[in-house]
Design a protein around this ligand. Structure first.
Ligand SMILES: C[S@@+](CC[C@H](N)C(=O)[O-])C[C@H]1O[C@@H](n2cnc3c(N)ncnc32)[C@H](O)[C@@H]1O
Length: 234
């Protein structure tokens, strides 16, 4: 007997389920004011987390705005950029910022926000598709940036166990290409489960990375514990 699911045809377009009712929203980090489009609350789809700004981005942006010397004149690649709140802040100080994400819907709003923010005309900003662990996509990006980057950034990107090893594989590749520049990975980590806390530290060392907690960055953001880690090739 055929099951109902096997023959079930759903005559609805995928876009029907996507909330793209973005609001122009103002964010202040130190002396930097940013305006960008985002949702005010998360979609029910795990894959669309990037449509809003997460606590990790607030933590990272506060840190970077207070320590903007880290960014001066640098080339940066951001992983899991979402709407681009971190990458766009970086564009105020950096020479070049490549913002990446794997979700096409998120890449649309990211691109829109990059175009909207015209405050950093001298900085080259781009949005690129990059799924963690996808070497083909990473190689495409690295072909255009053969010397790699000075910094790899990530805000609130460790929340799904299966993706963490793939994330670290991509980070390791980026750090190796940028070895001569002493490339580092700065991760704003927000703790939601002990298993993930351990996994992040474990995967970093399994991939041969030295991980250090940046002193003074432990903070509570929206009732969650956050911290900034810095990682380099060991
Ligand atoms: C929780 S959101 C954080 C967004 C932004 N960094 C922030 O803090 O506001 C996680 C982001 O990572 C992206 N992401 C999740 N899994 C990914 C994967 N396997 N490869 C690339 N990007 C991924 C999502 O699309 C989303 O933009």
């Amino acid at each position: 007997m055929e099951s109902v699911e096997e023959n079930d045809i759903v005559c609805l377009d995928e876009s029907f389920f996507i909330n793209d009712n973005y609001q122009l929203t103002r964010f202040t980090f130190g002396s930097q004011v940013l305006e960008l489009y985002c949702l005010q609350s998360a979609s029910t789809d795990f894959d669309l987390t990037g449509q809003m700004v997460w606590p990790g981005a607030e933590l990272l942006n506060d840190y970077l705005s207070k320590n903007s010397d880290i960014l001066q004149g640098c080339s940066v690649i951001e992983l899991g950029s979402g709407v681009g709140v971190t990458g766009i802040l970086c564009s105020r100080f950096c020479r070049e910022v490549v913002m990446t994400d794997h979700n096409d819907e998120v890449l649309k709003i990211l691109t829109r926000n990059i175009v909207l923010d015209d405050s950093s005309k001298n900085t080259i900003c781009s949005a690129e598709k990059l799924e963690w662990g996808n070497s083909e996509q990473l190689n495409d990006i690295l072909q255009r940036h053969p010397d790699g980057f000075d910094l790899v950034l990530g805000a609130d990107i460790c929340f799904q166990q299966a993706n963490v090893p793939l994330l670290f594989r991509t980070v390791k590749q980026l750090l190796h290409v940028g070895l001569k520049k002493k490339c580092r990975f700065i991760l704003a980590y927000v703790s939601r489960a002990k298993v993930m806390d351990d996994m992040v530290v474990g995967e970093a060392s399994r991939h041969g990375l030295r991980i250090t907690e940046v002193a003074g960055t432990r903070a509570e953001i929206r009732n969650l514990g956050g911290v900034i880690y810095e990682m380099t090739c060991a």
